[in-house]
Ligand binder design. Structure first.
Ligand code: SF4
Length: 350
């Protein structure tokens, strides 16, 4: 019997494309029945491979999963419950965008098992929202947060900082608003300009690296929520369990076009993609480096299992305790190390 696998389901549809977006999503109204049938057939495929494994968490990401009709969502959850063991499933997250959910639809998702809502707010400034190509305004975002926070679910919101001409004060203002609303989980991402997006074709006057670093530090000084991952802040017991499991290196299945997974079968790791169901074995060293990459982004660090032990340069680590530390069976980056994480990861490898 295979170990527990988390499930990620990609919903690659949006009403329109945002100006910065390089995610796998298309601005189309899909045929939801055929989307559902595709997901169900992938569930069946992995059930046949793995058996009736335990599923600790399910995450519907996008795209805009909240566009999905609630009966489609319910059919997918019910089918997963038939093929896998959901008795220990502690979290079903739905990503959403303001303007796509009213109280009735939210209640219907909750009735079907959704226990955590992640809202793509991005900014509380209407001009910034327009610039980003978002379809909602701040009032609409606040309304959805307000409705959702009255329900018996956990609520998170995503934000983007580091827009052209942003400075530290913009970030402080954002943190103050997050504090005022009383969010228990917030993800704050630096705007990155990707090729093949409208922003990638514009010559934007972005903040320089020092300003970006100052803005990042200002988040921690001003947001009331503790940081538990490079871009994620949450009250205790409000961490995203799905993401934490993935960052810790737990296996997960990716369903739907654009989804990626890491499946563990018969003692071997596989990289796996949804949609056309491809999977290829990866060696333990590759997987160990992946686990280090995600684990070091978390405040609790990566667990030094045998595979990770084999790839670490302990001489470097022991002589750079200002950047990276070992505590028991954990390795973690210090506050200074977090700021140079990409370089650090290269340095700590043998
Ligand atoms: S809503 Fe999200 S996935 Fe959709 S276009 Fe905007 S950023 Fe991309």
């Amino acid at each position: 019997m295979s170990p527990a696998h988390n499930i990620y389901i990609h919903v690659p549809f949006c009403i329109s494309k945002c100006n910065y977006c390089a995610f796998f999503s298309r601005a189309i109204a899909p045929d939801w029945e055929s989307y559902k049938n595709q997901i169900l057939s992938e569930v069946d495929f992995w059930h046949n491979k793995l058996g009736r494994v335990n599923v600790p968490t399910i995450f519907f990401g996008g795209g805009t999963p909240s566009l999905m009709p609630t009966n489609i969502f319910a059919d997918i959850i019910n089918h997963i419950a038939k093929k896998f063991d959901l008795s220990n499933c502690s979290e079903i997250t739905l990503e959403s965008n303001p303007g796509t959910l009213d109280t009735q639809k939210l209640d219907d998702f909750i009735k079907s098992g959704m226990s955590r809502l992640s809202v793509g707010v991005q900014s509380f400034d209407d001009n910034e929202l327009k610039f980003l190509g978002r379809r909602h305004d701040a009032k609409c975002a606040k309304k959805l947060l307000d409705i959702a926070m009255q329900k018996n679910i956990r609520v998170s919101a995503d934000f983007i900082y580091g827009l052209p001409n942003h400075n530290v004060q913009n970030v402080i203002n954002l943190c103050n608003q997050i504090n005022k609303i009383g969010l228990q989980h917030a993800s704050l991402y630096e705007l990155t300009i990707e090729k093949n997006t409208p922003f990638g074709r514009m010559n934007l006057n972005m903040p320089n690296n020092d300003t970006m670093a100052d803005m990042y530090l200002a988040i921690q000084d001003n947001i009331k929520l503790p940081r538990y991952e490079v871009s994620n802040y949450a009250a205790r017991d409000n961490h995203c369990k799905h993401n934490e499991n993935i960052w810790d290196g737990a296996p997960y299945i990716g369903l739907g076009h654009g989804a990626r997974g890491r499946v563990f079968m018969d003692g071997v790791w596989f990289e796996q993609s949804g949609g056309d169901i491809k999977f290829n074995a990866i060696d333990d060293t590759t997987r160990a480096i992946e686990k280090l990459m995600t684990g070091l982004r978390t405040m609790r660090g990566a667990t030094i299992d045998n595979d990770i032990k084999n790839v670490l340069d302990f001489d470097f680590i022991n002589s750079h305790n200002a950047l990276v530390k070992i505590d028991g069976d954990k390795i973690y980056a210090t506050d200074a190390g977090i700021l140079i994480l990409d370089d650090l990861l290269v340095d700590i490898l043998r």
